[in-house]
Design a protein around this ligand. Structure first.
Ligand SMILES: *Cc1c(COP(=O)(O)O)cnc(C)c1O
Length: 404
């Protein structure tokens, strides 16, 4: 009889977003007239901008003719896209990242889940707490996290770095030395970030202790403050310790289109083994390239028209973020985030648990958010609202919350 990968059996059965869906369904079944506003999920709602739509149409037309048809894409991505990324996301910011250090993919969720494959199961991971669940769960599936303790919501072999109002959401160097450090900045779920100088300290630390940083920059486009790095490679020494993951989902609305990339610098080596070569091998073996059509759409993100249109799109969401943040403050809440990210992280009032507050908001305001405890033990007592809804719904939701 075959055996399964037992690590999957260790994952806790309940899943945050399905628990939320069940509660919302029960409420709307019982209250069919309630106009529920969803500020819970991390998905975009605005349509693709015209520059991207035009590029998609153009690429589809190319596929209709034998002379311009495209089959399998190169494993690492088309050069036109890798060059545009290298030029705009790196060179323009003073980062020395070459096009052949960029691996184009179908998105940052798969990359962030898969990247752990090239590391030893003996490595210990460190994560910020609260955390984007993919980092921990993908390491659990691989068998790197030990055993789960339901009471503390912690894995025995994971190093948690609490990010709470007590430390201003800045992760501190852990007591035990990690091998792999996951950083997501600006952060999902807290919407907070750290300064470039603080990030430099993490790069110095990783180089000193011999750890690798897996840096998720999915929300880079939402940065508004000058002292925040747009890439970890703005920090000196990052090329010898950091892998950077990027996504087109949040900056360009590609959640349903699918495109991302990962940077593995050639200087990143474990002894004399190149992680760049390892990831190239892995990518070439298990991935057959992002679609040509989608890579052309990705290229349009860096065109002059694309940049201008996307700046407006990000601006639209950040206006929502401001509406939420200011509205909550007016209503007397303690709020974080929302300045460099489309997420607002609020402290639940009167020591309510995250789920108590979820129920309260759903029942009294018919607004759906995300309980902070679903992102890790340090998320208990916090609650996430997202700026990805429509402006009208965002304003209406805040009016209801203010009226409570
Ligand atoms: C949304 C998000 C991503 C992007 O995932 P895609 O697979 O590219 O859509 C990556 N990391 C974090 C933290 C996110 O919130």
């Amino acid at each position: 009889m075959y055996q399964i990968n037992d690590n999957y059996q260790k994952l806790p059965g309940s899943y945050l977003f399905s628990d939320i869906a069940k509660k919302v369904k029960a409420f709307s079944d019982a209250n069919p007239d309630a106009k529920i506003i969803r500020l819970g999920i991390g998905d975009v709602t605005q349509p693709l901008v015209p520059a991207i739509i035009d590029a998609l149409h153009g690429a589809v037309d190319e596929m209709a003719k034998a002379e311009t048809f495209h089959g399998y894409a190169p494993d690492l991505g088309y050069e036109f896209l890798r060059n545009a990324i290298a030029e705009n996301d790196y060179k323009a910011r003073g980062c020395d990242i070459a096009a052949d250090e960029i691996f184009v993919s179908d998105g940052a969720k798969s990359d962030s889940g898969n990247i752990q494959e090239i590391f030893s199961l003996d490595n210990r991971i460190a994560v910020c707490d609260p955390v984007y669940p993919v980092y921990v769960d993908s390491n659990v599936m691989a068998g790197r996290c030990g055993t789960y303790d339901a009471a503390s919501q912690m894995w025995s072999n994971v190093i948690y770095m609490p990010c709470t109002r007590e430390n201003n959401f800045v992760p501190e160097f852990p007591k035990e030395t990690p091998d792999m450090i996951y950083l997501c900045l600006p952060n999902n779920p807290t919407g907070t970030t750290i300064t470039k100088a603080q990030l430099q300290e993490w790069v110095d630390y990783a180089n000193k202790v011999g750890a690798v940083i897996i840096y998720d920059g999915a929300y880079e486009a939402y940065i508004s403050e000058d002292d925040v790095a747009h890439s970890i490679y703005e920090c000196e020494g990052a090329k010898t310790c950091a892998i950077e993951l990027k996504s087109f989902s949040k900056n360009a609305g590609f959640t349903g289109v699918r495109l991302g990339y990962t940077v593995v610098p050639k200087e990143l080596k474990c002894g004399n083994v190149s992680l760049h070569d390892m990831w190239a091998r892995r990518h070439g073996t298990k991935f057959n390239g992002a679609p040509y059509i989608v890579q052309r759409a990705g290229e349009a993100v860096y065109s002059a028209a694309g940049k201008a249109q996307l700046k407006d799109q990000v601006g639209y969401y950040m206006k929502n973020a401001k509406t939420i943040k200011e509205g909550l403050k007016d209503a007397g809440y303690e709020v974080y985030g929302g300045v460099n990210a489309p997420y607002i992280w609020l402290k639940t009032p009167e020591k309510m648990t995250s789920w108590d507050f979820f129920d309260y908001l759903l029942e009294k305001a018919n607004v759906v958010g995300t309980p902070g405890c679903g992102f890790g033990p340090s998320g208990e007592g916090y609650f996430r609202l997202t700026a990805f809804g429509s402006y009208e719904n965002t304003v209406a939701a805040l009016e209801r919350i203010k009226a409570l």
